[in-house]
Design a protein. Structure first.
Length: 287
């Protein structure tokens, strides 16, 4: 792939580094990521996404196969990850489309891996393949949304990739009918990843942060007013909100509201979200 006329040409050293990072991650995860195009591949990808999002017999699809084919045919990013141990076994799917401003931004709409593969590094390799694909076209920014209550995704996005928060969107998708999101407000955080910089970890500590949101002794969210002298605050979230939803959906909803209210109020007051630590602690500073 080469950039079209008028688009950015990314430095060859940056692309070479991105190639190396993808290759190392794919080797560690024992996968190969390939673009997919055919109706048969799209149908398999749709079934995999339904499995990941626990779609039941309602007839709902996370993403229709026909739409997947259309995205690919129109030149957007549509790929699948395959196990090196079982070359015909599709274990992950990533789909993104071009955003504004055209020629510089890719919006990564969905990415998922089979549950039994989580923790093997496949998700990281898939993201790095997507970055490499974009850089080869001269695209230097990628955006996506994620559920800010899912601690492992927040940690991966901020600490592994080094994204920045763009905005918080309340109930962005409305009511969703898949098994992961049903019955919960679909709040999402939009993040931006600068692709022409190496993937990096963000070093940060919460020792001196004022605890603006934390769990009380009963697991309930406890919100505190930020003192004027504070320069660093922390927002704790459950380490496993997905399990909590299954055990106590009402408590999970209270955590949703607590994070939404706390984070949006802080951002509106000029606080900047720096990162999310492992286990689910957001850190913000006031410039």
């Amino acid at each position: 792939m080469t950039p079209r006329d008028g688009l950015t040409i990314v430095d060859s050293e940056i692309i070479a580094l991105a190639e190396d990072e993808y290759a190392a991650a794919a080797d560690t995860a024992r996968i190969e990521v390939r673009e997919i195009h055919t109706a048969a591949e799209a149908a398999e990808a749709a079934l995999l996404l339904d499995e990941v999002w626990s779609v039941d017999e309602t007839g709902t699809n996370v993403l229709e196969p026909g739409l997947i084919v259309a995205f690919a045919h129109a030149g957007n990013y549509v790929s699948a990850a395959y196990s090196l141990d079982e070359p015909d076994e599709m274990i992950g799917v990533t789909i993104g489309f071009f955003g504004q401003p055209l020629g510089t931004v890719m919006h990564s709409h969905i990415a998922g891996v089979r549950h039994q593969i989580i923790g093997r590094g496949a998700g990281s390799a898939m993201k790095l393949h997507q970055r490499l694909w974009c850089l080869n076209l001269g695209i230097t920014e990628m955006t996506w949304t994620f559920d800010p209550l899912v601690a492992r995704n927040a940690y991966f996005n901020f600490q592994r990739l080094g994204v920045g928060m763009v905005e918080y969107l309340e109930d962005f998708y409305g009511q969703m009918r898949d098994g992961v999101n049903a019955g919960q407000a679909s709040d999402r955080m939009v993040v931006s990843w600068p692709l022409d910089k190496p993937a990096r970890a963000t070093l940060a500590e919460a020792d001196d942060a004022f605890e603006c949101l934390r769990s009380d002794d009963n697991g309930e969210p406890l919100v505190a007013e930020v003192p004027k002298e504070a320069s660093l605050v922390s927002l704790d979230i459950p380490s496993d909100i997905e399990t909590l939803r299954g055990q106590d959906a009402e408590l999970a909803s209270r955590w949703r509201k607590a994070l939404r209210d706390s984070l949006t109020a802080l951002v509106a007051d000029g606080w900047v979200l720096d990162t999310c630590l492992k286990g689910g602690t957001y850190l913000l500073h006031h410039p």
